[in-house]
Ligand binder design. Sequence first.
Ligand SMILES: [Zn+2]
Length: 316
Amino acid sequence: MTAPMPQYPELPDNALIVLIGASGAGKTTLASTWPASQVLSLDGLRGVISDDPGCQDATGDAADVLKLILERRMARKLNTVIDATNLEQPVRVDLVMAAKRHGMPTIAVIVATPLSLCIARQDGRPDNRRVPEDTVRTQHKAMVHSVQSLRAEGFNETFFVGGLNRLEPYLRRLSEARSADLGLDGGDGLGDLLLVRRVFGPEILPLWQWKDGSDVAGGDRVAEIRLGQLYLTLALRTDVDGEGDYGFDVMVPCPFDPECGGYAWAPAWSIGCLHRALTGQLDNHEDIVCTVHGSFDDVDQEADDHAAQALEAARG
Ligand SMILES: [Zn+2]
């Protein structure tokens, strides 16, 4: 028997939730436990405005956009999470006022990660996202200081992240998405597209079209990735290694005869293989198998056999 889950406070279904913490405290990870459409990230909006989430010059513009979106979301009474380091107190007050104008509850969540960890986490970041140590120190101090003042700023409630259960809603949402992918929710599910997504990534799915009825792959399932005039043809193989493993081949020109009437296939293990196939970089790949000519080994063997026969005949 497992221990009963401790009782955690329930957040309102719809509120303004402001995450408070220094750079490196883990606000973005915490924010990802809410659906992406509910999160307003200052870094993210800097990226939208300037193509560079680390562009400090874009902070003012990003904050303007953030306030505008928040205002419209609050008018719709939608749950909204603010992921922004170092939000100046007046900006924070503006956000709270916007929520209050629309009768929405306001909640501060303090991400009180130890300073040493916030500083250590800067190391793994790209240059333009790395915050100098003294700035992180200042932010951390501001976080500690704000614990006292958040109520006075108008927040209805403040929580420390350790007092909340965000893991359960996060896992629930992932689990629901997974069930839908698998068709366990009564829907169609992704079927063979699950394998497509695993091998080539989710971004390829909108271009992916099964070509059921096509016989170019010897009865195996055929698909096409097409954008305008350009396309690749793929085959779903159900026994790539003789042990029943599934995988894909991509159609390439026959390397043995440009006039070949067969179909030549090269293994496609990743999205990189598809790019190489499209740009001709797989055209002489050693693993190509043609339905007429076979593999490079077969062609070499045949050439050897001819040579041996010729030698034999010459000796004759
Ligand atoms: Zn061929």
